[in-house]
Design a protein. Structure first.
Length: 426
């Protein structure tokens, strides 16, 4: 095997049965397996995180069907390249067009695909790390089947390592003992490509340093050391995507506008999708700021709308303004904690009956059954409040929302204390 080709590429599966970690798609009785076996696959969107087999799956399908295969990247290709492929495909007896990161295509580019997909000129396979419901035009999405690929779990990552040790020439040069795998798993984050790239770097560095070892022993400490010194190598070509967005979010959460702007700059300079950045800030505004500053959600939502209209390069200014505002805003995760506690309570207690006084009573029979009886209309009370129970009897008095120590939520806490006089701990 050519050692200049990365390990992840040397081990790329060529058959569906070799695809690791996606057994729900590659299994013998799966819809996709049956479609491939019948020689006719639908246009599809492959949705999943990086390094889980989206490109590999497209290659396998094309190879098995033995038809012409075209590949474009939405990062570097526009309508011109798209139309050239479609024109060439017209002369073929069926063709597959694989578009990596299809979520980066704008509406015009996606619309250019519609006619070719509808007429069967091409079978589209789009790959995306983003929810296609948000990122793919509804007209195009309705003509595609969505297949979800999962992040690789520990068992799948173990299988990849075992395949590398068994099949690749790198591991046949010298006896290697992989003593620990926790660091490999943790740093890869369910990304098979990242796992294999880091494994290759670690093993090659081990060969260089421990020239006469027998066997070469790979440990967590060694993997971590290699990762720290070679981060740019094994995270190249955008694979730091999730690490950098994590640093960005944590900088804003930690109220550091300088860190937030730095990591934002890293994403912008790397060509990150403006909608991806803006969407994460929109989530952050509710999850990490919430009612400590409700205006944060409004600003983040306006930011999302604005960058959709403007795009790069001007949208960098809007993203910067919003990131600085969110980082400099008071923080509260009370709303996040409340809904998490609520969902946990529902899972634990099941579908408890709605108390009779809270039920709707549009018919005489329902009224005869006491639906709505004794309900107190809050607006008739002083300050538009009348005390009554709003939870099912089995969980009455349960507190899900806890105001936190910031000025706005302390105002909310005082309001609730004035209303509930100690109930729910307010």
């Amino acid at each position: 095997m050519n050692a200049l080709i990365p390990l992840a590429e040397r081990l790329r599966p060529t058959t569906l049965s070799d695809l690791v970690g996606q057994e729900h798609l590659s299994g013998e009785h799966s819809v996709l397996q049956k479609s491939i076996a019948n020689g006719k696959v639908p246009s599809m969107i492959l949705w999943g995180p990086p390094g889980v087999g989206k490109t590999t799956l497209a290659n396998i399908i094309a190879t098995h069907l033995n038809i012409d295969y075209f590949q474009l990247s939405a990062i570097s290709s526009g309508v011109k390249e798209l139309r050239e492929v479609i024109e060439e495909a017209k002369s073929k007896q069926g063709a597959i067009l694989f578009i990596d990161e299809i979520h980066r295509f704008n509406k015009g580019q996606q619309d250019a695909l519609l006619g070719a997909v509808e007429k069967g000129i091409i079978t589209l396979i789009g790959a995306t790390t983003e929810n296609p419901s948000f990122e793919v035009n509804s007209a195009l999405l309705s003509r595609c089947q969505v297949f979800i690929l999962k992040a690789l779990d520990a068992n799948a990552l173990e299988k990849l390592i075992a395949q590398a040790v068994e099949k690749d020439d790198l591991f046949k040069k010298h006896p290697i003992q992989i003593k620990e795998t926790e660091a490999l798993f943790q740093l890869s984050g369910g990304d098979g490509r990242k796992l294999l790239n880091l494994l290759e770097l670690s093993v090659e560095a081990l060969f260089a340093i421990e020239k006469n070892a027998n066997p070469f022993i790979l440990t967590n400490d060694w993997v971590m050391e290699v990762a720290q010194t070679n981060i740019a190598l094994y995270d190249k070509n955008g694979e730091q995507h999730y690490d950098i967005i994590s640093a960005f979010i944590k900088s804003m959460r930690g109220s550091d506008p300088n860190g937030a702007v730095y990591w934002l700059s890293r994403m912008i300079s790397g060509g990150e999708d403006v909608k991806f950045i803006a969407r994460r800030m929109l989530i952050f505004a509710s999850e990490d700021i919430g009612n400590a500053n409700p205006n944060a959600l409004l600003l983040a939502n306006n930011c999302f709308d604005a960058v959709n209209k403007i795009g790069y390069p001007e949208s960098r200014i809007i993203l910067s303004q919003c990131a600085i505002y969110l980082a400099s805003s008071p923080k509260s995760n009370a709303s996040y904690e409340a809904i998490s506690a609520g969902l946990s309570l529902v899972e634990k207690t099941g579908n408890l009956p709605v108390p009779l006084h809270l039920r709707n009573a549009p018919t005489k029979l329902m009224k005869d059954l006491s639906y709505g009886k004794d309900y107190k209309y809050s607006h008739l009370g002083e300050n538009n409040f009348l005390e009554q129970e709003y939870l099912p009897d089995a969980i009455k008095g349960t507190k899900l929302y806890q105001p936190q120590q910031n000025a706005r939520e302390q105002e909310i806490k005082k309001f609730l204390q004035d209303r509930w006089k100690g109930k729910y701990g307010y």
